[in-house]
Design a protein around this ligand. Structure first.
Ligand code: ADP
Length: 314
């Protein structure tokens, strides 16, 4: 049972040749309304891979909540634990993408930022000890920590995406409660002071993450690859795959990096749920992330299982 606890946004995306600078007004080549928010994106990424998934989170009671609920249903995500909060605004993300696939994003968190203990209770209602729970940091930190405590107390697997890193960083408790964290380059630098750019710097960053109490770390290096590290296994037996390793990037034509990390995390959860070891799951996830960059949009960019399997076999 895969469960996502996190944000739901509506993405208003403008496609431009170049990103605007302050004071500049540009005409977009095109615009698009889509489902986004790291919580919704990760839930859709799981569903597109064919696994059942429940999204626990919050929307407002505006027209965008209906759009989001329709989109989630179309993608096959259960919205039975999604709360429509009265008098709140559904999260909105205003995104500009340029011809090189780079982007700027402004998020108005809305209902996501009003999440509280009642949302944690809704999450707890759908957790079991064999749940794999996906969380991100687009909701209030105290709510995230309360949810992480519930998941950890049950013995569930918690994949925490420290994205975006909260302004004051993350407390050591978050590192201890998470089974696994998946920071990208900038998040890794924020959390450890080490900017990972190759396998060696990624290994040093992973050690810094372990030293704060994190059991398993996956350091995402964007187009440069991924480093995984499991601190719970001091032995060097190959029984459960290698303890540490570097996964080289899949070669794809990237046009839009939005939600690559979310598709990575959704893929990671699906692979772990299928019993893959950390090395195999990281490789599967990297294929999902790579494929997501070949398509525009957030939820709309999530690859299917057939697409991932054909890239893995190539
Ligand atoms: P985030 O979206 O969180 O910033 P990344 O940019 O690191 O995360 O992307 C997540 C993952 O997607 C990467 O670790 C990698 O596996 C894959 N990926 C992203 N960009 C590319 C790319 N240009 N080529 C191949 N794989 C990519």
């Amino acid at each position: 049972p895969l469960v996502v606890f996190g944000s739901v946004n509506i993405d208003m995306v403008a496609r431009l040749h170049t990103l605007p600078v302050p004071g500049e007004t540009l005409h977009a080549q095109g615009a698009h309304l889509g489902l986004g928010g790291k919580g919704a994106n990760q839930a859709v990424a799981v569903a597109r891979l064919g696994a059942p998934v429940t999204l626990a989170g919050r929307m407002g009671d505006d027209m965008f909540a209906g759009f989001a609920a329709d989109a989630l249903r179309r993608f096959g995500v259960s919205d039975s634990h999604l709360f429509r909060a009265p008098a709140q605004m559904t999260g909105l993300a205003m995104i500009c993408t340029d011809a090189a696939g780079e982007n700027t994003i402004v998020v108005a968190g809305g209902a996501n930022l009003a999440m509280d203990d009642t949302d944690v209770a809704r999450l707890a209602a759908c957790l079991t000890p064999d749940s794999i729970v996906l969380m991100q940091c687009e909701i209030p930190l105290p709510v995230l920590l309360a949810a992480a405590r519930r998941a950890a107390a049950l013995g569930a697997t918690l994949i925490l995406d420290p994205a975006p890193v909260p302004p004051g960083g993350l407390p050591d408790e978050a590192f201890r409660l998470a089974t696994l964290m998946t920071p990208n380059e900038t998040e890794t630098e924020r959390l450890t002071g080490i900017r990972p750019h190759d396998p060696d710097s990624a290994r040093r960053a992973a050690h810094a993450l372990h030293s704060r109490g994190l059991r398993q770390a996956i350091v995402k290096l964007g187009a440069q690859g991924v480093f995984f590290s499991d601190d719970t296994r001091q032995d060097d037996t190959r029984q459960n795959g290698p303890r540490q390793g570097f996964v080289r990037p899949f070669r794809v034509t990237a046009i839009d990096s939005v939600a690559a990390g979310d598709c990575f995390n959704g893929g990671l959860a699906v692979a772990l749920a299928r019993g893959q070891d950390l090395a195999a799951a990281t490789r599967f996830a990297a294929a999902c992330g790579a494929l997501a960059t070949t398509r525009k949009g957030a939820s709309d960019a999530a690859p299917t299982l057939a697409e991932v399997e054909s890239l893995l076999a190539a």
